[in-house]
Write a protein that binds this ligand. Structure first.
Ligand SMILES: [Zn+2]
Length: 1091
């Protein structure tokens, strides 16, 4: 399976795409003729002239650049009252006179020079012009430094079996016991997965060159040290000095292949030596003499003890300081790009990294907060694209929240006539449309069709061909804006009612006993005052309703005229109906008294329940039916505790089975166990019913199945394993508050249009698709992204570039129908080097992770991992072959923009979904898989490579965030305290030799030994260090969309195993390679491709 190929046949879970494969490419970004009718006539519907293909010679793209010409006439005074709110201040106004229309200089976006100077080959970019300074990094792996002391455990570098002692430890923490009772105390954070960095300053330069591959005899890409016994004797004992840095490695095939290292093989099946099937087979399976390969790599002793062969001598290793450091890259970008605003006027600009704080000035292209691309320079032809294997994708977050300094998109009201659109492809008016014939017509920048300008929209052009009202109209000068939709954009041609929220509470034994029901009811009393409202509205337009359930459902009449709430029980769950309409959905302030009374009574009513069984699907059906009856969209908040085994539609059985791991059937664990929920999801989407699911399981609940409806309706899933009020309420309440208060677009449809030459072919995220072009979202909030992949269907031109327009039609929380439009213009190239110079690795990883996580639904996990490695090797090999100057094969040469691809890719490969540790449950994997699917680039970045910050290095009075260090155990000092976060998990690690004063200041105990391991909060102490650390924790939490529960971990304590899981540069317990080893492996793969 090749990553870049269309999805595997099995209809991926996230992607109902009937007829997908047969999607014909037609012109422009248009849907093929087979697009099914849509309820939204004006939005998607057939358009006049739609089927007429443009005549062959028809004029195509507009003048060379779509961006409005830069003009020296600065801006025209804004005269239009209608757009009065817009048009003052240069932030909002069109391109400034200084905006460059040209493609940015070659090396522009990414890091400057220090590295370049180290490059051993000055001529790196010869074929493409002046050698850009920072264009590439040469990591010379020839003659790598051997660092004695730091050598990894004897078992071998990355693949060795974890020390046995660890094994036992891992068994003990967290009750790794997957089937039976979950641990009671330390409910493991749901997902113990990966994460991301902080900021330190590894010497990037030194490293790059210092190390080199030892003359790897084998020609195997691996440094001998890693390769195992056979080589170790030879070149290795030698002190680094004696090794020529640039040692040329012998011809690749000359010697017996070195045993392959790498990969993140699944711990469990020893029959599968890692990467065997690659290209020329040199990686092959079992190599007898390599004990560490077989043993370590394929079946970590943890899981399969391998008596076998003698242990190889301690391997030498590549100096970790010599390989590209995420911390360094992040810090460099912050330093270089964090001070100036990112101005979006120019086409194809690569934005600063997601880890850099920067402001955005919209001057015609959508902010990177809304859209980020894997590359901002697209190959002109599909052949080039195939050669490079760089996926062309955009990660789109249509309703992204903006920092307070940036204005939200302006809302444009064109009255009854609605937005101006291209007659043929229906693209919306945008800065790239070209006005012609004195302004009477405009030529579409997407399909080239010429459309009459409606009389009421007519405006004269200035001498540059630009409309004189250019700066007064957001849709002519900005990348992002909104239109008020007309009734044509509404379901059944009727304006929608405001949405409703329905709270559906499991009141079975477990929910009551854990204290959840009481806690939730108490919280709702105050939370209902904070439902989302629009603009300055005094109160929310959202109505609310309440249902409780176990095996039966209880509906509540909370009509304001009642003295007490009334309960109506529906026990026939087979054919769900809503027993009351009047009084079920109410206005909070009107029914305040009755609602409070109900919320007081619920915990009492069920306090003595013995009912342990629950239903699930009927609950969703009930909520959906209630919304249908009220003719409104809305959201269901479900609070659920157990596997729904009661007799009812959607009943489930426990089908969890660890034995399926690493078998062909492993994929079934990610698939829903019945198709019932898919159908239910479809009905919900039709109704605009979004489902948010809060799970409180004490054991397996089948997240893969229960998550289907939330996933396809654009909802969220939260999971609190072994929920206990004392330790988990803060996290739950915080998530709940945020979830209930956040702004949501309801009943949404998203369409991505592209200019001629490319089109959207694949979509990833939490949504539903009933045809090949429309992404349907019952609800969409500001945290969710939709990732779109593009493929060529024609040749692109460097002159016209490529355009993307994302249009989201949705109902606001006040019930207003709107269209949000985002436009982005990209460059196109005929030289591969331009592609590699304008890539964004963080976005690439976001796409690759989503692609892989969808792949596990239909392919064995190992196949998915191998495909990832293979694709990335091809990406890097293509660069090496076409863009880098010739150099010794012993050198690993990475494009500057992609120098972190190996380290980040390794993190994806080692993640719990693709290579789970023994303590990771089936539900955890399904949960993480779904979460990642909707993550934006910043979230995947920190999720796969956690941030690790030392806390005592910086003066306590400093308010700056301490510089991060790389996520590796060897970066931890015993005398320091560290914070680690990945967006879902948060640890405070305390070194064993930390100063007593620090212990006292943070924990209020006299010594390290008295710190309680597993603590979930720091005591509130009045001293600068305590305050500083608590502030830092708060700021981490504020940056993430989910509350991270703190876990205090002491060095050498059992819990430390949990923490080490996040030190992603190290070899993992589950068999994942260390960064160093993986880099060597990639190098080998690349060399094989080149040879
Ligand atoms: Zn068009």
């Amino acid at each position: 399976m090749n990553i870049n190929q269309p999805a595997p046949p099995g209809v991926p879970y996230g992607q109902p795409q009937p007829g997908y494969a047969g999607y014909q490419s037609s012109y422009g970004g248009q849907p093929g003729p087979m697009v099914p009718p849509s309820p939204y006539g004006a939005y998607n519907g057939p358009m006049p002239g739609y089927h007429q293909l443009p005549p062959p010679g028809m004029p195509r793209a507009p003048p060379s650049s779509g961006t409005p010409p830069a003009s020296t006439t600065a801006r025209v005074p804004s005269g239009q009252s209608a757009y009065g709110q817009f048009g003052q201040g240069d932030v909002q106004n069109g391109p400034s006179s200084t905006v460059q229309m040209q493609r940015p200089p070659v090396s522009q976006p990414f890091v400057p020079a220090p590295v370049a100077s180290l490059v051993s080959q000055p001529a790196a970019f010869q074929p493409y012009g002046p050698p850009p300074t920072g264009a590439q990094v040469t990591t010379q792996m020839a003659g790598m430094q051997i660092s004695g002391p730091a050598a990894p455990p004897p078992s071998g570098l990355g693949y060795g079996p974890p020390p046995t002692s660890m094994a036992s430890a891992s068994g003990s923490f967290q009750g790794s016991n997957l089937y039976g009772s979950y641990p009671q105390n330390l409910a493991p954070p749901t997902s113990l997965t990966q994460a991301h960095p902080g900021a330190q300053t590894p010497q990037r330069s030194t490293p790059m060159q210092a190390s080199s591959f030892p003359p790897s005899a084998a020609g195997g890409p691996r440094p001998p040290s890693i390769t195992g016994p056979s080589m170790s004797g030879q070149s290795f004992g030698v002190p680094p000095v004696s090794q020529s840095n640039h040692a040329s490695s012998p011809p690749p095939q000359a010697q017996p292949p070195v045993p392959g290292p790498p990969g993140p093989p699944p711990p469990m099946h020893s029959s599968q030596p890692g990467y065997q099937l690659q290209q020329n087979g040199s990686f092959g399976p079992p190599r007898g003499p390599q004990p560490n390969y077989g043993g370590t790599y394929s079946g970590a002793p943890n899981f399969a003890s391998q008596p076998g062969p003698p242990q190889p001598p301690p391997p030498k290793r590549l100096d970790p300081d010599s390989i590209p450091s995420p911390i360094q890259v992040i810090e460099d970008d912050r330093n270089n790009r964090g001070s100036e605003p990112f101005v979006t006027g120019a086409r194809g600009q690569v934005p600063p990294l997601v880890t850099t704080n920067f402001l955005v000035k919209d001057q015609g292209n959508a902010s990177p907060r809304y859209i980020r691309c894997t590359s901002y320079n697209i190959p002109c032809t599909s052949d080039m694209a195939k050669q490079a294997q760089v996926p062309l994708a955009a990660v789109i977050k249509p309703l992204a929240r903006l920092p307070p300094e940036e204005a939200p998109p302006y809302v444009v009201d064109h009255g009854e006539s609605g937005p101006v659109r291209c007659n043929r492809c229906k693209a919306y008016m945008c800065p790239f449309m070209q006005f012609i014939e004195g302004g009477r017509r405009f030529q579409c920048c997407f399909c080239s069709c010429v459309t009459e300008v409606p009389p009421q929209y007519f405006q004269h052009l200035d001498h540059t061909g630009k409309r004189v009202d250019f700066y007064d109209r957001p849709e002519l000068s900005l990348g992002s804006y909104e239109f008020l939709a007309t009734v044509d954009y509404c379901k059944n041609n009727k304006f929608p009612h405001p949405p409703a929220f329905i709270f559906m509470i499991d009141v079975s034994y477990n929910a009551v006993r854990s204290g959840l029901v009481r806690l939730l009811c108490e919280e709702l009393k105050s939370l209902l005052d904070f439902l989302p409202r629009e603009g300055g509205a005094e109160e929310s337009a959202i109505r609310v309703g309440f249902v409780t359930y176990n095996k039966v459902l209880h509906f509540y009449n909370v009509k304001s005229s009642l003295a007490q709430p009334q309960m109506m029980v529906v026990s026939d769950v087979a054919d769900m109906f809503v027993p009351l309409l009047d009084g079920f959905l109410v206005n909070v302030s009107e029914s305040r008294t009755v609602i409070n009374s109900l919320l007081d009574q619920i915990p009492e009513m069920f306090a003595d329940t013995r009912e342990t069984e629950t239903v699930f699907a009927p609950v969703i059906q009930a909520g959906m039916e209630a919304l249908k009856a009220a003719e409104c969209p809305g959201k269901l908040f479900l609070f659920h505790t157990s596997l729904p085994i009661a007799e009812a539609p959607g009943k489930l059985k426990n089908r969890d089975d660890r034995k399926l791991l690493n078998t062909d059937k492993e994929k079934t664990l990610f698939q829903p166990q019945t198709g019932f929920y898919q159908s239910l999801a479809k009905e919900c989407v039709t109704q605009g019913c979004c489902v948010d699911l809060f799970l409180f399981p004490n054991q397996y609940v089948d997240v893969a199945t229960l998550g289907v409806v939330p996933h396809h309706t654009g909802g969220s899933i939260y999971k609190y394993t072994c929920f206990q009020v004392e330790s988990d309420q803060e996290r739950f309440l915080s998530d709940l508050r945020r979830d209930v208060q956040k702004d949501v677009g309801f009943d949404a449809v998203m369409r991505v249009r592209t200019s001629t030459g490319i089109r959207a072919t694949d979509f990833f995220g939490a949504f539903y698709m009933s045809n090949t072009t429309d992404v349907e979202l019952a609800g969409l909030d500001g945290d969710k992204t939709v990732t779109v992949e593009f493929k060529h269907d024609d040749r692109l031109s460097e002159d016209s570039g490529a355009l993307i327009q994302c249009a989201l039609l949705y109902t606001s929380c006040a019930g207003q129908r709107r269209l949000r439009i985002h436009n982005l213009s990209l460059n196109c190239c005929t030289q591969l080097a331009d592609l590699y110079r304008n890539c964004e690795t963080d976005t690439l990883i976001n796409y690759l992770a989503k692609f892989a996580y969808r792949g596990v639904l239909s392919s064995p996990v190992k196949t998915v991992r191998d495909a990832l490695v293979s694709q990335c090797a091809q990406i890097l090999a293509c660069y090496r072959k076409n863009c880098a100057s010739p150099s010794s094969a012993g050198q690993l040469i990475l494009p500057e923009c992609m120098k972190l691809l190996p380290v980040y890719l390794n993190c994806v490969l080692k993640s719990d979904v693709l290579q789970p540790g023994a303590e990771v449950t089936t539900d955890d994997r399904a949960y993480v898989r779904q979460l990642v699917t909707s993550m934006d680039v910043a979230e995947t970045n920190v999720f796969f490579y956690p941030r690790l910050l030392p806390l005592t290095k910086v003066p306590v009075e400093s308010t700056a965030e301490p510089p991060a260090v790389r996520a590796s155990e060897e970066r931890l000092s015993k005398g320091d305290v560290y914070l680690l976060e990945n967006g879902l998990n948060l640890f405070l690690w305390v070194g064993a030799s930390v100063q007593q004063s620090v212990v006292q200041s943070l924990f209020n105990v006299p010594s390290f030994s008295q710190i309680t391991s597993g603590l979930n909060a720091l005591p509130v102490l009045e001293n600068p260090l305590s305050k500083r650390v608590r502030d830092l924790i708060d700021s981490f939490r504020a940056q993430r969309s989910r509350y991270m529960k703190l876990i205090v971990v002491k060095q050498e304590d059992k819990l430390e195993m949990l923490f080490k899981h996040f030190l992603v540069e190290d070899k993992s317990l589950s068999g994942g390679a260390s960064y160093v080893d993986f880099l060597c492996h990639m190098h080998k793969e690349i060399r094989q491709l080149l040879s």
